[in-house]
Design a protein around this ligand. Sequence first.
Ligand SMILES: [Zn+2]
Length: 288
Amino acid sequence: MNIILVSNSMARTRSIPLPLGLLVIGLLSALPALLLWVLIVPQGTHQHKGAPASMHFASAGEQAHIDALAQQLGEIEAKVLRLDALGARLSSLAGVKASDADALPPGRGGPMVDARTMSEDELKQRIQALTQSIDLNSDKLSVLEASLLQQRLKASTLPSTMPTDVAYNSSSYGWRVDPFSGKVAFHEGLDFVADSGTPVYASAAGVVTAAEQTPDYGRIVKINHGSGLETRYAHASQLLVKAGERVERGQLIARVGSTGRSTGAHLHFEVRLNGAALDPRKYLQSAN
Ligand SMILES: [Zn+2]
């Protein structure tokens, strides 16, 4: 049995086998509410266009509300885009053919609610519920992705060894306020706060593809583990390997520092599959 997923915003369809479909369908059932927002926010700001001068215009206070809601909407849209990318990767891991999906007719509308009958409190509640639902589904999908990957790859190539001997900051991966811009952004790595000079180890065996300095990551080591899997170790004070070098699981490769875009000494650790950031916690946990 297959479940056909229809992405309203992009008019694309995918066919995903159960139980993947069951997880994703919960998320997509929330999409009509999101689309509703896409529609009503611009309406709210332009509904008086062309109206007589005597008509009511939004006060500064109302405008601030609309701006705040629009910002929340932008954050939700960014989350949905990431989920869309995660869904595409899961389809690929599950072996779903793109041609099957392309043959299906696009765009099926869900039930719509009349936006004008909703109070501002109701609207806020719906945004909050939608945000929580997306967060929950993101986590479920990440777990599923890790499980699919673990089944597919050899245990030796999975980045399951802790890259340092200190505990990680569990809330560091995911959506958070960026300490530099002050805006909500997706933080694609796991941060390990440790003293400068603390040893950094390869999380799995592989080949070093870069040991260099960049403006954002500072001194960074990138290791290719095969099958599109890569780990990154950033903000180092010292690099102890070179590009092209083969490394073993647990090998000392660098030392913790605060180079690049960093607010203090820590290791920024990323796990990427074909360039897309994965949740490192799902892989490190598998070692226990
Ligand atoms: Zn970081």
